[in-house]
Design a binder for this molecule. Structure first.
Ligand code: AHM
Ligand code: MG
Length: 326
């Protein structure tokens, strides 16, 4: 017998009706899913088409741009523009705000292909996005929104065919791609309370650069947990939110070459850290920066702002928060 799973479209339609919401968000999500599928196609065929190399430029962050970064950016902007629902977007791949439709109702913050070091190998990368709504009653009220003002945030782990979406006060949900390239089977994600499955995830090569108290916490606690690190936030966060534990990208303050220090952290607040912090909150977890401030409370001063990140099971994040405050 054929098994028919509930589709993402059905799920979202019911959600919008239940909360008395408009259909505009459905149109936006449909565009984001179309972009993700097209990016996935280019990624899967990238090795044969010669699209997994460098583009030969550096971006606003001074990092090497990959060909796939440019392809994913072009695809995403195309689909967002076509909705007519987005006033403007902020992307890791664009120095400036991307103006779309002055009458649009949403701001979209995105990184169309996160985890660049995995691209040449065709290994998992992420398409991450956060969505906020403009002030519909008055003049445009600014695009620099804290994560707590997002209405939704999500990620696709490409090319594994998984899509995860956090909805404001309505949980974090995972969808799988089926044989017709449709996202189906909504499954609610709740961080598991049992420490038996918990994992730690961080780049251990940077360990000596962490603050001494963070190094000490790791040395004291690491043996209790499995350790996993893929090097792409979407994939690492995907594991963590299912198994519990903590993903960290601490500030680098002790690098042997001080010019390599990153006291402000590496990950970008608006389209990386706040996105996973939002999904984590909806799954029962927490996320803080190096000062212990909740990631979702940080008011961005610029669209490409960076932050340190500790995200995961509340007990572990509270524990490291105490250490950071000491
Ligand atoms: P990117 O936006 O240049 O791809 O960097 C973000 C990525 C995250 O996906 C990942 O968690 C982290 O950087 C990995 O950094 P590192 O190579 O220092 O471990
Ligand atoms: Mg990125």
């Amino acid at each position: 017998m054929i098994r028919f799973e509930q589709t993402f479209a059905d799920f979202l339609l019911h959600h919008q009706e239940k909360y008395n919401r408009t259909y505009h968000f459905l149109i936006l999500m449909d565009a984001i899913i179309s972009a993700a599928k097209r990016i996935q196609h280019y990624y899967l065929t990238g090795a044969l088409q010669g699209n997994l190399g460098r583009a030969g430029q550096t971006n606003v962050q001074g990092e090497q741009v990959m060909q796939m970064d440019q392809i994913a950016q072009e695809i995403t902007v195309h689909y967002l523009r076509a909705t007519g629902r987005v006033i403007h977007a902020i992307s890791e791949e664009s120095k400036d705000i991307v103006p779309l439709n002055p009458d649009g109702r949403y701001f979209v913050y995105f990184d169309p292909l996160d985890g660049s070091s995995n691209i040449p190998h065709g290994l998992p990368v992420g398409f991450m996005f956060g969505i906020a709504k403009r002030n519909l009653e008055g003049p445009e009220d600014g695009h620099l929104r804290a994560g707590k003002d997002y209405i939704a945030a999500g990620m696709f782990v490409i090319p594994t065919g998984t899509f995860t979406l956090g909805l404001n006060s309505a949980g974090t949900w995972k969808f799988q791609i089926d044989e017709t390239m449709t996202f189906v089977k909504p499954t609610r994600i709740v961080l598991p309370p049992d420490r038996g499955t918990w994992e730690l995830s961080f780049n251990t090569a940077h360990r000596c650069g962490f603050a001494p108290k963070v190094q000490k916490w790791i040395a004291t606690n690491e043996c209790q947990y499995a350790f996993r690190y893929l090097g792409a936030l979407a994939g690492d966060f995907h594991r963590m939110i299912h198994n519990g534990g903590m993903f960290m990208y601490p500030a680098i303050v002790n690098h042997p070459d001080p010019t390599q220090n990153r006291p402000e952290g590496k990950l970008r607040l608006m389209y990386e850290a706040a996105v996973v912090a939002f999904m984590c909150r909806e799954a029962g977890g927490l996320a803080i920066d190096e000062s212990g401030t909740p990631i979702l409370d940080i008011q961005p001063q610029n669209q490409h702002q960076r932050t340190a990140l500790y995200v995961g099971s509340p007990e572990l994040v509270e524990d490291i928060k105490g250490v950071l405050a000491s």
